[in-house]
Design a protein around this ligand. Structure first.
Ligand code: AMP
Length: 443
């Protein structure tokens, strides 16, 4: 292929999308498709099934929303009562709301009905939406099954189904509900399947759902992690509150997401920040949908500097220009670390992540390094010279000797200890370990 051809950047106009969609994309300010969009959209327009390995931040929502909208523009048809033409299944309320928002934005120059069916909201308006029939329904699995069971929605005329963040569905215990939903779809349909990782159960579900899919894999976990400047602060557990304030006193921490493991932890950190006159809000599963949305809107508009989140609540957050992610506590599942830090490197931007790691979290840190195949720069901020604990209590194997681990700030990639080849296989082991966390079940 001549160099000029090969280097030509694909434009949205090259993909074969309808004019109403191109206009909407221009209005959104999108000029070039992201890699997942360029690689998926032409096949999806042909009606092919798709297996996409991609996480949020890659532009995957538009990659599936645009071909669905295109299908609706080209074959406009009034949806029948209590049925939907396209079904998108998402794991969380936030993600569902965001996906619906994207459909509305890209479909703003066409006639289209988009509905959202999620748990935690009253049934009445949902029943009304379903009764009319919808072009696009975005739903979380539990509530969708409720409505299906009550005969308020049928899927036997559904033309396209999208399963988004399938691995997250597994974490939340949604695999069986999804199989029940899929069983009600017609055999002749287009199926799209997205997951950031491919543990065994997810690969099995994909195989059952898809027919000769096109495979597209974008930004493997390790690559995303490399885009974010990361550092680890080794701290005493008791010093975390004061070190957090110190970080947020830095003017470059303009828009920061702080992750905690538990809802209670998120509330405590928020109170602590507010007491120090740092504007903050918490989002987690005990907050109402309205409270979460308000917190997100305030954060997006820059009215609060810090959003304190649990992992589940944060999964669908789509806020550009997050300057920093702070891991106030390291996650139990190494892959979650990558999802967390990915909040600050949206749509190709750069970002920075700082993690506070106390002595009980050293095993978690090593799991993260193995997964991302990176050596993370470590700064020792412990107040006293410390002996290593004999064993990192209940969190995994014994830590490496400290003198091997201390690094200058942003010390680059070279490291003793973790060779790329020594990386553990990704996925199953880590994921399984975290799936039974009580706060996950509660959210
Ligand atoms: P997603 O991976 O779907 O969550 O999208 C990540 C972010 O990228 C969202 O803020 C989108 O609005 C944005 N985005 C998606 N596609 C494009 C594009 N082609 N050009 C610029 N931004 C985009």
């Amino acid at each position: 292929m001549p160099i000029s051809e090969r280097d030509k950047v694909t434009q949205f106009t090259d993909l074969g999308l309808s004019e109403v969609l191109l206009r909407a994309l221009a209005a959104e300010g999108y000029t070039t498709p992201t890699p997942i969009q360029a690689q998926s959209i032409p096949f999806l327009l042909e009606g092919r099934d798709l297996l996409g390995i991609a996480q949020t931040g890659t532009g995957k929502t538009a990659a599936f929303a645009l071909p669905i909208l295109d299908r609706i523009v080209r074959a406009p048809r009034r949806p029948q009562p209590n049925s939907v033409r396209a079904l998108v299944i998402a794991p969380t309320r936030e993600l569902a709301a965001q996906i619906a928002q994207s459909f509305r934005a890209y479909g703003k120059f066409m006639r289209i009905s988009v509905g959202v069916i999620v748990g935690g909201e009253s049934h009445g308006p949902q029943i009304k939406q379903l009764a009319r029939g919808l072009d696009v329904l975005v739903a979380t699995p539990g509530r969708l099954l409720d409505h299906m069971g009550a005969g308020r929605v049928r899927l036997d005329t559904t033309e396209v189904v999208v399963l988004d963040e399938a691995d997250h569905m597994l974490d939340l215990g949604f695999l069986e509900p999804i199989r029940q939903i899929v069983a009600k779809l017609p055999k002749a349909r287009q199926s799209l399947f997205f997951s950031a990782t491919m543990p065994r159960e997810i690969a099995g579900l994909a195989k059952d759902m898809l027919r000769e899919p096109v495979n597209v894999s974008i930004t493997p976990v390790a690559t995303t992690a490399e885009r974010v400047a990361q550092e680890i602060l080794l701290v005493d557990a008791a010093a975390k509150p004061s070190i957090l304030l110190e970080l947020l006193a830095r003017p470059d921490f303009r828009r920061t997401i702080i992750f905690t493991r538990t809802k209670r932890g998120a509330n405590r950190v928020t109170d602590h920040l507010e007491a120090a006159a740092i504007s903050a809000a918490a989002i987690h599963g005990n907050k109402s949908q309205g409270q979460r949305q308000r917190a997100l809107d305030d954060f997006r508009r820059g009215q609060i500097r810090a959003l304190v989140a649990t992992d589940i609540a944060a999964r669908g957050i789509d806020v550009d220009d997050v300057t920093h992610v702070v891991n106030y506590e390291l996650p139990d599942v190494a892959e979650t670390y990558v999802h967390r830090i990915g909040r600050t490197a949206r749509a190709g931007r750069e970002g920075a992540a700082v993690s506070l790691c106390d002595s009980g979290e050293r095993g978690l840190l090593r799991a993260i390094e193995r997964l991302t195949r990176q050596s993370l720069p470590i700064i020792d901020r412990r107040s006293e010279p410390h002996e290593q604990p004999a064993a990192a209590p209940s969190r995994g194997p014994k830590p490496a000797p400290r003198n091997q681990r201390q690094k200058p700030r942003f010390a680059g990639k070279a490291k003793p200890g973790t060779k790329p080849g020594s990386a553990a296989p990704r996925g199953n082991g880590n994921r399984r370990r975290g799936s039974g966390r009580p706060q996950v079940a509660a959210e």
